[in-house]
Design a binder for this molecule. Structure first.
Ligand SMILES: O=C(O)c1cc(C(=O)O)c2c(n1)C(=O)C(=O)c1cc(C(=O)O)[nH]c1-2
Length: 259
């Protein structure tokens, strides 16, 4: 901001960032807003969560997992570009599985994690026990990709730029502090390679298509919105299962046996 000669306040012209600058800007958003810093994750990584709290996380996170291929199908439906759709549909296969190999996708592997945590698979699939706050935040992701442009929808997946590092850290923490989950870690192993690949594709797409400062701002804003909805999921878990540990009264909500 500066003063012009007639004393009016001049607006700073938005500047088009280079690809490197855009990546740096997204990195700053991640450092400030990504859920790696959430107290629930900090406690998880320090081995301070009870078995019941870990079960609550696995159970509630299933709702996110179950919506991911749905949101990716919405993104597919927004594109008229065959090459884009061919690349993006990999994400649906990653989660839903296919008929090749063992066929297990991310959803099946998350259910294996749930079973390792001592949860009943059908109970988890039913999603009846999900916290209202988690449901609301995950549904906001579906709304975000439904009601915004393809560029914004793609950009909302850019949290995956930061997911690989967090998942690597989490895998070490789970193996160390929660050995009873050991048979359920295949999901995270797969994400270690999938997340960086997916993030690189999404970032290249965003950098190529955000050709004005205004479009670049939308890319950045989409990442911020996505960080917020990831954070909100953990807020709900923390409030209900850690501090103050206040569960909603609905009878269906998951109540740990011990915590
Ligand atoms: O465990 C995590 O911290 C974490 C974070 C994220 C993310 O940053 O959105 C994803 C995942 N996991 C994940 O497993 C996953 O499949 C995934 C898909 C997406 C997406 O936005 O398309 N994010 C994430």
């Amino acid at each position: 901001m500066g003063r012009t000669r007639d004393n009016a306040v001049a607006q700073t012209e938005p500047v088009l960032l280079s690809k490197t600058e855009l990546r740096q800007r997204l990195q700053q958003v991640g450092e400030a807003m990504y859920h790696h810093q959430h107290p629930f994750h900090i406690r998880m990584h320090a081995g301070q969560l009870t078995r019941g709290q870990m079960q609550a996380w696995v159970l509630n996170r299933f709702y996110y997992q179950s919506r991911i291929p749905i949101k990716d199908a919405i993104i597919l439906s927004k594109s008229e570009d065959v090459a884009f759709r061919r690349a993006w549909r990999k994400r649906i296969v990653d989660h839903d599985g296919d008929h090749d190999g063992d066929g297990a996708g991310g959803i099946e592997k998350w259910l294996q994690l749930a079973e390792a945590a001592g949860l009943d698979r059908d109970y988890v699939i039913s999603t009846q026990a999900i916290l209202p706050g988690v449901r609301y935040a995950v549904d906001a992701y579906i709304d975000l990709v439904t009601h915004n442009t393809l560029l914004e929808a793609v950009s909302s997946s850019l949290t995956e730029l930061f997911a690989g590092q967090l998942i690597a850290l989490r895998m070490d923490a789970l193996a160390k502090h929660y050995p009873w989950l050991q048979n359920g870690l295949a999901y995270f192993q797969g994400r270690l390679t999938q997340a960086p690949e997916d993030a690189a594709f999404a970032f290249d797409y965003a950098a190529e298509h955000a050709v004005t400062p205004q479009l670049q701002s939308l890319v950045i804003h989409s990442l911020e919105r996505k960080c917020a909805l990831l954070w909100a999921q953990l807020d709900a878990l923390h409030y209900c299962y850690v501090e103050p540990g206040s569960l909603p009264p609905q009878p269906n909500i998951f109540r740990p046996e011990s915590s």
